[in-house]
Design a binder for this molecule. Structure first.
Ligand SMILES: NC(=O)c1ccc[n+]([C@@H]2O[C@H](COP(=O)([O-])OP(=O)(O)OC[C@H]3O[C@@H](n4cnc5c(N)ncnc54)[C@H](O)[C@@H]3O)[C@@H](O)[C@H]2O)c1
Ligand SMILES: C[C@@H](CO)CCC[C@@H](C)[C@H]1CC[C@H]2[C@@H]3[C@H](O)C=C4C[C@@H](O)CC[C@]4(C)[C@H]3CC[C@]12C
Length: 369
């Protein structure tokens, strides 16, 4: 990837390129990576918007494939210079079985690593998650922590367990020789809760609010703070680290970076209201309307119902013991590691991130706007 300046010659592969974050990475690469010759978008489900991207100067190759299928991954990786591995099964609501989550997130990542080694692709960026750190099962707060903050990272839920295992595989692969003899250079980015255009959970909260006559009911104390980061900034961080990985291989290889920007520290519900408020929703209550023990009971009942109904129907409410524990535990990051290591600065200010997200919510189908 040496400095032949503006001659586009690089081939990038984005796995999960049709997902919420993946779409932003794909669009950001097309906008801000002048050395790109071909962009391969690999996903289980290809989105129709890919078609409109095919008319630009960069060759956009849509590849329908499954990361759990090693041969499909190897075929997609062959000949690419950089792989951004974002595909994953993001499920904390019990939609998929633990086995499936493991297969996609862990085996899928192993397949990506082996494909890089076999085909000679040298640069691999993995989209990890804050969840590889916490919140842990004990509900310990992580307050303004950074990549070096000591924290007891103990998980039981299949999603964080799978992300932690996959991240470990990626970091351990750093330095392995790829076909041709060069060392593989890997790093992992750990977004906190991502928000922005296309965010499904935000959409769910909005629809829930509309069903309750424009009201949402506070369940979590305002004092419990949650780290959130705008999707455009997460995408920008991926593009930037990919660009710098060759030049600064010794520094960046094998490293982890939290994804951060200037989004304010707030509770999950108060943060969502920054967008849903201007779209006509109100959050009722300055304190949680139900005592915590009752929420725990409701969450447990939901889990029980999910289990009982599973043979008949998939019951996947937002509230379950795991989501309640996460929402109810402070987890915020404060770091400048990405700035120090590869010059990251958020591309979108908080005001712009907010305006873009509000604009998106207002345009949602069924919007009260
Ligand atoms: N959303 C968040 O708040 C958040 C926070 C931290 C990290 N992450 C991580 O970011 C990544 C993207 O998350 P997202 O929120 O965009 O989720 P998403 O579900 O919108 O996107 C994931 C994409 O991966 C694809 N995919 C799933 N299984 C696949 C398979 N077997 N083969 C190929 N493609 C497959 C899906 O079709 C989807 O397009 C995930 O790895 C997730 O763990 C997300
Ligand atoms: C108790 C409810 C009352 O309103 C609120 C439930 C909110 C939860 C559904 C969400 C609270 C925190 C979220 C998670 C967090 O933002 C980080 C994540 C990491 C990422 O890798 C995947 C998504 C998630 C686990 C995210 C999921 C939704 C929450 C648990």
């Amino acid at each position: 990837m040496a400095e032949s300046a503006q001659v586009p010659k690089l081939v990038y592969l984005v796995t999960g390129g049709c997902g919420f974050l993946g779409e932003h990475i794909v669009r950001m690469l097309l906008e801000r990576e002048p050395r790109l010759r071909e962009l391969r978008v690999f996903d289980l489900h290809l989105s129709p918007w890919l078609e409109e991207l095919k008319t630009g100067p960069v060759q956009v190759t849509a590849i329908q494939g499954d990361v759990t299928q090693a041969h499909e991954v190897a075929a997609a990786v062959a000949g690419s210079h950089v792989v951004i591995h974002t595909a994953g099964l993001v499920d904390v609501f019990g939609k998929a079985s633990p086995k499936t989550i493991h297969k996609v997130n862990v085996q899928g990542t192993q397949n990506v690593i082996e494909a890089c080694i076999r085909t000679g692709t040298q640069f691999l960026i993995y989209t990890s998650s804050m969840e590889v750190v916490g919140p842990n099962v004990k509900g310990h707060p992580f307050y303004r922590g950074n990549e070096d903050t000591p924290y007891e990272a103990v998980h039981r839920h299949p999603y964080p367990c799978s992300k932690a295992l996959a991240e470990q595989l990626v970091l351990e692969a750093n330095g392995r020789k790829v076909n041709g003899g060069q060392p593989l250079v890997t790093c992992a980015l750990r977004p906190t809760g991502i928000y922005g255009e296309g965010h499904q959970v935000m959409r769910d909260f909005y629809n829930q609010g509309l069903r309750f006559g424009g009201r949402l009911f506070r369940a979590i104390p305002a004092s419990v703070e949650h780290g959130r980061v705008y999707v455009g900034n997460v995408a920008w961080m991926h593009v930037l680290v990919a660009r710098e990985l060759e030049q600064r291989a010794a520094l960046l290889g094998g490293q982890v970076y939290f994804c951060y920007d200037k989004s304010p520290y707030k509770s999950y519900e108060d943060f969502n209201m920054e967008f849903l408020g201007p779209c006509g929703l109100r959050l009722i209550g300055t304190h949680p309307l139900l005592p915590y023990w009752l929420l725990v009971l409701l969450a447990t009942l939901n889990a029980l119902l999910q289990w009982l109904l599973r043979p008949l129907v998939l019951y996947t409410p937002l509230l379950n013991p795991y989501t309640l524990a996460v929402a109810n535990t402070t987890f915020t990051v404060s770091t400048n590691k990405a700035q120090r290591h590869f010059g990251y600065k958020p591309l979108f200010s908080w005001e712009e991130s907010k305006a873009r997200t509000i604009h998106w919510v207002q345009a949602l189908e069924g919007s009260a706007w």
